[in-house]
Structure formats: C-alpha cells, structure tokens
Design a protein around this ligand. Structure first.
Ligand code: FAD
Length: 775
C-alpha cells in the first residue's frame, strides 16, 4: 500500500507546479492507497500527516515528493521507520530542484511523470536492514593549521587516536605567520604556540610533518591510508636547536615562513616556535656538502635519509588544508616584482620582525616608508583577472595591519583603497571606527594598476566612487590584500579522497547551509579555509564541529553500513568478471561465489552489470526497480521527445541540484534517474529505456572515475548496436561531471534536447526492434 505525499514548499513548488493536479494524476494508480498535498511536508504538521496516514491506511511504502533527497531524505526515512515502515521502502522524488525551480511551462506535467516514476519504483522496493560493522576509531586529520590542530586536539581529548599529517616541516599553518589577530589584537603566536605544543605532547596524536597523503583506499569507518613522509634529515629527538648546522650551511634560499622577505639556509629552523621543535634539511636545495652533519654536536643529521611510506587505518578523515595567496602572475598590473610592492602576508612578517624591534619601515630596496597604500580585493571579486568570490578576511586584516602600523609609526600616511568595506564580525565595526579615528584614510575605489615612477615611488590612480573625483596618489609602499585560493594540490588530494570541489575550487560541502562540515563522502569532513575563506574564529568553530562529527560518526566503534551493497542471488559460475571489474578490489571469489568486503565496497554496482548470470544485485537498485521507475517516468510522454538522464548520486545529481538552486532554467524533456553510480547500467537497461519511450539518453558520471570509464565504454557499445539498427547514435550521450561546472549542466541538457528534437521521436518500428534487443 503506497502513500504519496506532495509538498507545496510554501510556493517554492506550488508556484509553478499544480500540486492538486499531480495528486489527482497519481491517486488512482494501481497500488496507491492515498495521495495528499500539504504546505510544508518537512514541518511538524506535514510529518504528522505522514504518520497518521501510515497508521490509518496501513501503508508500507511511501513516496514523498518535495525538495532534493539530499536535503531531507534521511529525516523522512527516520519518520516512517518510527511508524513501522521499513526506511528503505521510501522513495524521495525531487519536485523542487529538478522541476519547479528550473521550469515554468510544463512543470506540472513533468512533476506528474517524476511522481509516477517514484510510485513505480516504490512498488519494487524490498525491506532492507543495515549491517553493523566494527570501525576503526582512529582519525586522520590532513593539514596542521589552526583548524587541523584544533580538530586533532578535540578528537584526542575525546579519546580517539589521531594521525595529523602536515606537508610542512612544522604545524602552525598561516596563523603561525601572523603578527596579531583582529579585532582584539592578541598576539598570534602567543595563542597558537601552546596549542601546537599540546599536539606535540599529546599521547593520542601521532604527528607526521613533511608528509602528504599518498593514497586512500577502503571505505567509511575503515579507510586505509598511505602517507609519504619526506626525509627531514634531522632527528627531532636528538636536535638541540643549537643552530650550528645552519651557521655552517653554505646555501641560502628565500624563507617561505617569512613570506620570501628574508633568506634562510638549507639547514634551517622553520620558525622559533616550530613543532616538532627541531631543525630540518631542505633537500630540494641542499648541496649535500656535509658541513652541517660535521658541525652537529649530537649526530642528529642524516643526509642520506630517505622518504618513507607509512600506512595506517582511519575510520574518519578531516581535511583542513587551508589556503595560499593568489599567485603574483594574476596581479601583474600591480607590479608585484617591484621592491615597493608587497602582499599582506609579508606585512604580517614585517610587523613581527621590524616594528616590534622599534625599527622604521623600509621597502625591499631600503627606501624609508612614509606612506602606504593598501589595495583591497587584489584578485578577489574579479572573475576576469582573479577569483570571483570575496576572500572574507582582507577587510579586517587590512584594518588590523593599518592600526598596528599607525600605532608604531604615527607619522605614516595610510590609504586603504576598498571596493566595499566588509566588517561583519563581532567587534569589527568598532575596530573600523578606531582606524578612521587614527587618521587612516579609506578611499572608495579599486585601482586597476600601480605605476612605478622614475623616483622609485609608486602611483595609484583611482576614481573615488563617493565623490566622482579622480584621485592620484604617490606612496613608497603598496600592499596587496591578495585573494585567498585553495592550497596547492587541493584538487589532487580531493580526488585521492573521492570528495568533490565546489565552483570556487575549495572542498565542496554536503550541504552549504545544513551540512557544511560534511563532504560528499561519508566519514570525510572538512574544516577551516579548506571549504572557503574565513577567519580564525570561524575556522576554529569548523574544527570543533568537525571533531563532533567524527566522534558521532565513529560512535562506540560500530557503524551502520548502507544496505546498497551487492548480494548474490542464484547460482554463480565463478567466471570472476565481478572481481575484475570492481574498482575498489572489494570482491574475492571462494568456491561458492563472490565474497564482498562490504566496508571497501561503495555500492557502485559495476559487478552487477558485469555478472553474466544476472545473480549479483544491489538491493532496490535491481534492473526490475530501475525499469519500473523508467516506465513511470516515461508515462504519457508521447507528444514530445522524452529524455532520460542516468546520474550518479554523488556528483552529477548534486550538480543538477545546484543548477536547480541557482534557478537555471532548462527544457522539461529531461527526467533524471538518481543512482548510486552509473556503473550499474547495462545495455539491456538502455535498450529498454529507449523501447519504453525515451528518445535520448544522457549518462552523467564523475569525471575521470573508473565508473566514468565504464559508462563511456558502455555508451560506445550501445551506439554501435543502435547504429546497426538504423537509429541515430547521437541519441545517447555521456557527460563527465565535476561540481564546479554545474552551471553548464542546463546548457548541456538544453543542447542535447535540441539535438534530439531535430532527430524527432523514435518510430514505433524502431521501438519494436529495441524491445526485441532488450529481451
Ligand atoms: P591554514 O592556516 O592555511 O593551514 C592549513 C595547513 O594545511 C597548513 O599548515 C598547510 O601547510 C597544510 N596543508 C595544505 N595542504 C596540505 C596537504 N595536501 N597535505 C598536508 N598538509 C597540507 N584571521 C583572523 O582571524 N585574524 C587575523 O588577524 C587574520 N589575519 C590574516 C592576515 C593575512 C595576511 C591573511 C592572508 C589571513 C589572515 N587571517 C586572519 C585568516 C587566517 O589566516 C585563517 O583564517 C586561518 O589561517 C585558517 O586556518 P586553516 O587551518 O584553515 O588554514
């Protein structure tokens, strides 16, 4: 007995979809006991309506037609479960992101199809039970900035063993480079260093510096991690920090901790408060002369040290890889190579190194600085020359630096060129007022360029947007408050972890508002600037949230696994095709057939498509349930071309959701089938879909994934066969997907619809041939 519950979503759905018409179209479909419409299905009265209806109508299958399943599916599952319905006998139909938000005309007809698809799917669903497995209660934290440090300490305090992997020779991240922090002006090293020392001393934390994640296999609750540890060359347990190695080292290179302002030796201490508290050898620049090893009084240096691979298991992972500043290449018009032009991180180091010692401020070429111009939004909010987003912290840190400079050197003239002053945090506005009271001048306008003058000074020309006057200014020092971008290698790390990036190339959150700390992969979370620009306060909030997520997720060391994992029904001829095709090496064979490692298996279903006997199945994603849904989706689509999209649930479906959230309109012809992965598809399913009424098929899968390779191969084979039948192969298309291109998806769908429209509907004779092929 199926109950269908349709949500108006306060006009978000009912604004374009006639929900009453949808209800009337499905209420008499075979198997449907009741169909009801309500204003907000996810509200208490909406949920109560479902509860009452389950009891009154003895429902055992539920279809909810509302927002994206990525929003509330779990909540609806919990509710029906409490009323005695198996949580996996619920179908969540997306009427909002995939319909009402992207269509006007024709939205109701499409909504009817989508709900029909849901109803037909519901009929095929079996009750499923989750499996409980033991999980590893250790965690991996990647990145040792303030976000990673805070996460690691919180987890360690909760009793978990933590592996903290930091790419640099010391933890600390960007915060360690800062002088003081806005708006309270507390000394950055003073608040961070004790936390860094705690990490070093915490017996629950194993710290891997000079290290990066090489690979991650396994699955949620039991990830298997390989870390590459680059040789440090100095044994931190022996190092006395006497500095003799550095003193004799003949090689000097720019000091990255000092933002390149000063030089350091190839044998060097990363910075005074470094953790581990030890020197390191920079093997990229070391000439291996041996002078340091000779000078070391405790034999701590080994110039033959080699990189090592370390392996461990982790139940959950937190990514806290932070940011870099946008490259100078993007800021050419500001002449970053000029000795009078610096970035704001360099000013942090200047304040720390020069002003605290009472020196006057000079440019890199030694000229005394009497006037400074800050250029805010250098590379931010500038999609053509930099990044389109706001870097969020530049306004407050610029005011901070200006106040600090003015306090130390009151004679300085400081001009801040701004696009909009964004001082939204607690106490920030007072701080901004203080800056103006100190005589710091704020000029409303962003100079497009900086011109070096023959006298060594730098000129800025800008239109003051408040007065309309053109202002020309000459200063000795220009500070670029440069855009923050994801740390180098964030993309590569994300693909190793199987998580997605957002449009801005920072790590994508599962849901920006409701689940900002979770990534799109279970058991993997992200904190701090890794998910977008933010200050220390917000990074620490993220970190504490991430540690709670991890402790909740790993619980008492047991985890409920998704039941969508392959099971063998019927006989197996031990052909081994499933073993070969599994991208996660999660299948082995014994004498009775396949043995599935349910932890490593991610339920992609590749094995089910490969099984010639048809015995391997993903429960509730069987061919029968897919075909039933397809039939429902295609009901009554005879008047126009009908397109089916097979979208992987993780990335492609989320991309379609994002396009919906951005209200990017597209033709109503496309109906998207959500599936764990498109590796589940086989030729027969595609022929059947075409036989049932689809005129075009779009398969979308995660770019460069194993599943994408399989989908492309399948499509090539299908195209060949379709061509042999006299049908146009252009009716079948593959779209590799990464989240950042979600805005292109509506155009891709529109173009595909137009192409198929040109080909027209498939003739009844060809449908007949397809039916024969699909048997
Ligand atoms: P990060 O500090 O960037 O730390 C990330 C860490 O991850 C680094 O140690 C990095 O080496 C490591 N890492 C990166 N990739 C990998 C990888 N693949 N594997 C292993 N390790 C990796 N905020 C304030 O609240 N107050 C201020 O006054 C202030 N001033 C600022 C001034 C400037 C000039 C700038 C640019 C920023 C300022 N901020 C300020 C912002 C502050 O720096 C950030 O909020 C904070 O550093 C974010 O911490 P995080 O841990 O997320 O990232």
């Amino acid at each position: 007995m199926i109950g269908v519950f349709i949500c108006k979503c306060g006009g978000n759905i009912s604004g374009t979809v006639d929900c009453g018409k949808v209800r009337d179209a499905v209420k008499d479909v075979e198997g449907v006991k009741t169909a009801q419409v309500t204003e907000f299905l996810c509200s208490k009265p909406g949920l109560q309506m479902i509860r009452d209806s389950i009891k009154r109508n003895k429902l055992d299958r539920i279809v909810v037609a509302c927002c994206s399943p990525h929003m509330h599916e779990n909540m609806f599952r919990n509710v029906v479960e409490e009323e005695g319905v198996n949580r996996y006998q619920l179908v969540h139909v997306n009427l909002r992101e995939h319909c009402s938000w992207i269509h006007d005309k024709g939205a109701t007809e499409k909504a009817i199809n989508l709900v029909r698809g849901g109803v037909e799917r519901a009929k095929t669903l079996e009750p499923l039970q989750e499996k409980t497995v033991e999980v590893c209660r250790d965690a991996l934290v990647i990145g040792g900035g303030v976000a990673g440090i805070t996460t690691a300490l919180q987890l360690a305090e909760a009793g978990l063993k933590v592996n903290l992997v930091e790419r640099n020779p010391s933890i600390g991240g960007r915060m360690a480079q800062l002088s003081k922090t806005f708006p309270t002006l507390d000394c950055s090293p003073c608040i961070l260093s004790p936390r860094m020392a705690e990490v070093e001393n915490d017996k629950n934390i194993t710290l891997y510096t000079n290290s990066e994640v090489e690979s991650v296999t396994g699955g949620p609750g039991n990830y298997h991690v390989t870390v590459k540890r680059r040789a440090r060359g100095v044994d931190p347990d022996k190092c006395l920090k006497c500095g003799r190695c550095s003193a004799v080292c003949p090689t000097s290179v720019p000091h990255s901790f000092e933002a390149g302002l000063y030089e350091r030796k190839a044998a060097y201490l990363p910075f005074p408060q470094a953790v581990p508290s030890s020197y390191a050898i920079d093997f990229e620049n070391c000439k291996r002369c041996g002078a340091c090893a000779e000078a070391c009084p405790v034999d701590a240096i080994d110039l033959n040290a080699e990189d090592k691979l370390v392996e461990f298991n982790a139940g959950a992972i937190v990514v806290a890889t932070g940011f870099d500043l946008i490259s100078d290449e993007k800021l050419r018009t500001y002449h970053p190579e000029n000795p009078g032009v610096v970035n704001a991180l360099q000013v942090e180091r200047l304040i720390e190194n020069e002003l605290t010692e009472g020196k006057v401020l000079s440019t890199k070429s030694g000229e005394r600085v009497k006037s400074i111009a800050y250029v805010l939004c250098a590379g931010s909010r500038d999609p053509h020359n930099g990044v389109s987003y706001c870097s969020a912290v530049c306004c407050p840190y610029t005011v901070k630096q200006a106040v600090l400079l003015k306090k130390s050197l009151p004679y300085l003239k400081i001009y801040i060129y701004y696009t909009d002053m964004r001082m939204t945090g607690r106490g920030f506005e007072d701080f901004y007022r203080e800056a103006r009271e100190k005589g710091i001048q704020f000029i409303h306008g962003r100079p497009g360029e900086v011109t070096p003058l023959p006298d060594g000074k730098l000129e800025l020309l800008v239109e003051d947007l408040d007065t309309g006057l053109m202002l020309r200014n000459k200063v000795e020092l220009v500070v670029l408050s440069s855009a923050m971008v994801p740390s180098k290698g964030t993309g590569e790390l994300a693909s190793k972890l199987g998580i997605a990036l957002g449009e801005d190339l920072f790590i994508a959150s599962k849901h920006v508002k409701l689940n900002p700390i979770s990534t799109l992969r279970e058991g993997i979370y992200a904190a701090g600037v890794a998910t977008g620009c933010k200050d220390i306060h917000d990074s620490v909030i993220d970190a504490r949230a991430a540690s709670s997520h991890v402790t909740n997720f790993l619980g008492e060391g047991k985890l409920n696994l998704s039941p969508f994992k392959p099971v063998m029904e019927g006989e197996c001829d031990l052909c081994g095709a499933c073993v070969e095709v599994c991208p996660r090496n999660a299948i082995s064979l014994d004498k009775n057939g396949p043995v599935i490692d349910v932890v490593s298996c991610n339920g992609c279903g590749a094995c089910t498509a490969a099984c010639m006997k048809g015995g391997l199945k993903i429960p509730n994603y069987t061919k029968e349930s897919l075909l039933a849904e397809i039939k429902g989706l295609l009901t009554g689509t005879d008047n126009d071309v009908a397109l089916l999209g097979f979208f992987d649930d993780n990335i492609s479906y989320t991309a379609a959701d994002n396009a919906g959230t951005a209200r990017l309109h597209q033709p109503t012809n496309m109906r998207i089938v959500r599936m764990p992965s498109t590796a589940l598809l086989d030729k027969k399913t595609i022929f059947n879909a075409l036989a049932y009424g689809a005129d075009g098929i779009l398969i979308s899968e995660v770019e460069e994934s194993h599943e994408a390779e399989m989908a492309e191969k399948l499509i090539e084979e299908v195209k060949e066969e379709v061509k042999g039948m006299g049908l146009e192969p252009e009716r079948i298309k593959f779209q590799p997907m990464v989240l950042p291109i979600f805005k292109m998806l509506p155009k891709i769908i529109t173009d595909f619809t137009n192409d198929v429209k040109k080909l027209g509907k498939i003739s009844p004779e060809n449908r007949q041939k397809l039916t024969e092929k699909a048997v």
